[in-house]
Design a protein around this ligand. Structure first.
Ligand code: PLP
Length: 464
């Protein structure tokens, strides 16, 4: 027949033959009602034993790809082939797209960490140790809040690094900040209640609240973070969502006066502050400001994640809860997905305990700082009148251009030049205030790509 098998391949001969035949059927290389070669013919032409071919045919018959017609032979079954013209059409349009964009896209997406610097070796070694040595109980079910080894490490780590005051019982391990915020919405938002959010704000986080059934009320932000005096004095929200260390996207740090104002508001109206501290480990100027949670732990729900420090693929985040919310939170986490992977939690616990986390953060800070400096330098070189906004922290910055309006059309035109940037307007709820600003993430881009990306941006804007 029309393909070859390899004896040096890791896959068995049976699997190789099976996969080839199944693909030929699915993509229409052999058509419905085509007669298949006899098992003897096919075994001769491929040079494999006839038993292999019999086994493969039996499997394909069992799955419905082939049918056997008694005293006639084996045929491709009706309904087992994708419509060729549709397949061809989508293939052709993909090809056309690639023709237009022959350069690799440089994507300045914010909040994307450096995937080329994951501590693979250490993580791999710790994973091996956990899989070999951990007690058998690790392979069973666990309680929903997460394993105690990780919660204890995390409680100490958060106090050391973020001034978060917690007992390990207050810590709930979640599948990233995303799940943490979704469960908090579920817990705190009842009928007709709303969430007060900074405006502009991460559109993903905002969507989590509205999917959770909450209405959204935008509260303006300036270079000092959210403006607490804009919160309603008549109808308080279920909670106020803030990014005090490094506002997303504008990059402000919430002043102590505003922190105190917010806490007093939450006390007065008996509501909560939800503090998302997603990238606060990475501060490049001054000293990092401790969490709001440390000021008033019974009014603040603190949310953190390992997606930026390590990798979003781990899906490990956490919440530090005021004591009275613990039991209800555990229940909703339990019926959502029981608990996070205990093996992955144990690896992380050892990673923190053995001091690798602080070492890794120090290293990543150096790398992100270099990337940020390269971006600022390139922007200043190519756009003499642009200004960089926000605190030098995290993995993104905001650039303001006095005389450019970043319309959807311009953003699209820029992407035609194989570079992707994001307008602040996209994150704004009340439109029209930030149309001359863009967000540029640098976390996942090596410096050469950053420089090339800014060159492309310049060219796109010049030719618009
Ligand atoms: C504001 C903000 N918080 C938190 C996160 C992290 O989400 P997760 O921990 O679910 O990966 C992100 C991700 O982009 C984010 O933009």
């Amino acid at each position: 027949m029309w393909f070859q098998v390899s004896r040096s391949d890791k896959k068995t001969l049976t699997l190789q033959v099976y996969e080839q035949l199944r693909d030929y059927i699915l993509n229409g290389t052999v058509k419905v009602n085509d007669k298949m070669p006899s098992t003897r013919e096919l075994s001769n032409s491929l040079g494999v034993s006839r038993n292999i071919i019999i086994e493969v045919y039996d499997q394909l018959v069992a799955e419905g790809y082939l049918i056997v017609r008694p005293r006639s032979g084996t045929y491709v079954a009706p309904g087992s082939t994708f419509n060729k013209s549709q397949h061809q059409q989508s293939y052709n349009s993909e090809e056309k797209h690639h023709e237009n964009t022959n350069k690799e896209l440089i994507d300045f997406k914010a909040a994307t960490p450096a995937m080329d610097h994951f501590p693979r070796k250490i993580w791999g070694r710790l994973a091996k140790e956990v899989y070999y040595d951990a007690p058998n109980s690790i392979f069973g079910y666990h309680s929903s809040e997460g394993i105690i080894e990780l919660k204890e490490e995390l409680s100490r780590y958060l106090l050391r690094n973020r001034g978060v005051v917690s007992h390990p019982d207050q810590i709930m391990i979640t599948s990233g900040a995303t799940q943490a915020l979704s469960l908090i919405t579920n817990l705190l938002i009842k009928n007709n209640e709303y969430v007060a959010v900074e405006d502009p704000v991460s559109d993903e986080m905002r969507t989590i609240f509205s999917y959770g059934g909450a209405a959204i009320s935008p509260i303006p932000v300036d270079d000092k973070g959210i403006k607490p005096e804009e919160l309603s004095q008549v109808n308080p929200p279920g909670f106020v969502f803030i990014l005090p260390s490094h506002q997303f996207p504008l990059g402000g740090t919430l002043t102590i006066q505003r922190r105190i104002q917010l806490i007093e508001y939450a006390r007065k109206f008996n509501c909560y502050i939800v503090e998302d501290d997603y990238d606060s480990e990475f501060t490049y100027e001054g000293t990092p400001i401790p969490s709001v949670q440390g000021l008033k732990p019974d009014r603040v729900i603190y949310v953190g994640t390992f997606s930026k420090i390590l990798s979003p693929s781990l899906r490990i985040g956490y919440v530090v809860l005021p004591t009275k919310l613990i039991d209800r939170f555990k229940k909703i986490k339990w019926f959502t997905d029981r608990h996070n992977s205990s093996l992955e939690q144990m690896i992380l616990a050892r990673f923190i305990k053995e001091g690798y986390i602080e070492r890794h953060v120090r290293k990543m800070k150096r790398i992100y700082k270099q990337r940020r400096e390269a971006l600022v330098k390139s922007l200043n070189q190519h756009f003499s009148d642009c200004s960089i906004l926000g605190h030098a922290a995290g993995m993104h910055l905001v650039v303001e251009f006095p005389s450019i309006k970043f319309s959807k059309r311009l953003i699209h035109w820029i992407q035609e030049h194989s570079v992707k940037i994001y307008s602040v307007e996209q994150y704004s709820i009340l439109k029209g205030k930030h149309s001359n600003k863009i967000v540029m993430g640098y976390g996942s881009l090596p410096t050469e790509k950053i420089e090339e990306g800014v060159r492309r941006l310049k060219k796109a804007i010049e030719t618009y």
